[in-house]
Design a protein around this ligand. Structure first.
Ligand SMILES: CC(C)(COP(=O)(O)OP(=O)(O)OC[C@H]1O[C@@H](n2cnc3c(N)ncnc32)[C@H](O)[C@@H]1OP(=O)(O)O)[C@@H](O)C(=O)NCCC(=O)NCCS
Length: 177
């Protein structure tokens, strides 16, 4: 996608040099506890480097518009989080948007600002709908989905073998943030 620039943020590809900064996101228990079972808690910078290495290697082979990106604050270059677009298992038909923000940067609208730009970009690639899934007690994630103009479409256990709330958005529903 190159870089997506918003008012306060840049969404860009991951770089191995992001390992220390990314650890503040993926190494935080407050973030890791909500992620899907296949995403493990990252214990140290070396483990984070391995994770980033795998993401960077995988990126060119993903079905567009799938990918994983870093969210960086323009003002000071702080890496505030990451987001991804993935095909949801097991059917791999639905694209899931997911966000992770370092806990000390929650409550500033960064997840919605970055996601909005990524959703717009994904819809420009011809995708007709995007989904977000959240555990029922993940109120912050559910809040972010709603702020993005996503519609609640139900509960399911089909994706990751756990009960998840499902949200969906289509191009016509994309709101300006
Ligand atoms: C889910 C998660 C990304 C949400 O982070 P967040 O910062 O609450 O999300 P948003 O970007 O929507 O920010 C909204 C908050 O910022 C506030 N805000 C401040 N400035 C804002 C602005 N300019 N624009 C929008 N919101 C703004 C809103 O009022 C809202 O605050 P509130 O939660 O107190 O009501 C974060 O909690 C997280 O990383 N959780 C762990 C991982 C996870 O669960 N991911 C989702 C499932 S994969």
């Amino acid at each position: 996608m190159g870089e997506l620039v918003t008012k306060r943020l840049v969404v860009r590809d991951w770089d191995l040099g992001d390992a220390e900064a990314a650890l503040a996101v993926y190494g935080a228990e407050d973030v890791a506890q909500w992620l899907t079972p296949e995403t493990h808690v990252v214990r140290d910078a070396q483990a984070m480097r391995s994770v980033l290495h795998a993401w960077i290697e995988a990126q060119p082979n993903l079905v567009a518009p799938a990918g994983r990106w870093a969210i960086v604050r323009r003002e000071d270059g702080l890496l505030v989080g990451g987001l991804s677009l993935r095909l949801l298992p097991p059917y791999e038909e639905d694209f899931e948007l997911s966000w992770q923000i370092r806990p000390d940067q929650w409550g500033r609208g960064y997840a919605t600002e970055a996601s909005h730009a990524v959703m717009r970009w994904a819809f420009d690639q011809g995708i007709e709908e995007l989904f977000a899934v959240a555990r029922p007690d993940n109120t912050r994630a559910i809040g972010a989905a709603r702020r993005l103009g996503m519609e609640w479409v139900g509960e399911t256990t089909k994706y990751y073998d756990q009960l998840l709330q499902v949200f969906r958005i289509r191009p016509a529903e994309l709101k300006r943030v």
